[in-house]
Design a protein around this ligand. Structure first.
Ligand code: FES
Length: 101
């Protein structure tokens, strides 16, 4: 789901780009938050909590809560609510602290 029209805000989208999420090809717009592109592709679970392994999703959306930590291009603990999408990114679900590959 994506908001395309708003009474106050205007949206300037970059070009359409492809990226992968857990090995699946997806499309989004260059420069939008990775989490927004994932949501538009139906992905709601972004990570799992460190101790109880509970599903975590979009929460604050401003980079404060760590609910959206994912592994991006092999780098763990990337806050995908503020990280901008680029062509060919490899985005993976992170379980726990995330390991450096
Ligand atoms: S949703 Fe809170 S840091 Fe990303």
């Amino acid at each position: 789901m994506r908001i395309v029209k708003h009474p106050i805000l205007s949206f300037e989208r970059g070009r359409e780009v492809e990226f992968t999420f857990d090995g699946k090809k997806m499309k989004g717009y260059e420069g939008e938050p990775i989490a927004a592109a994932l949501h538009d592709n139906g992905v709601r679970v972004l990570s799992y909590s460190k101790h109880l392994h509970r599903a975590r999703g979009f929460y604050c959306a401003i980079g404060n809560c760590s609910s959206c930590l994912m592994t991006v291009n092999g780098e763990p603990n990337v806050r995908v609510c503020t990280e901008k999408l680029r062509e060919g990114m490899v985005v993976e679900t992170q379980k726990g602290r995330g390991d450096i590959k």
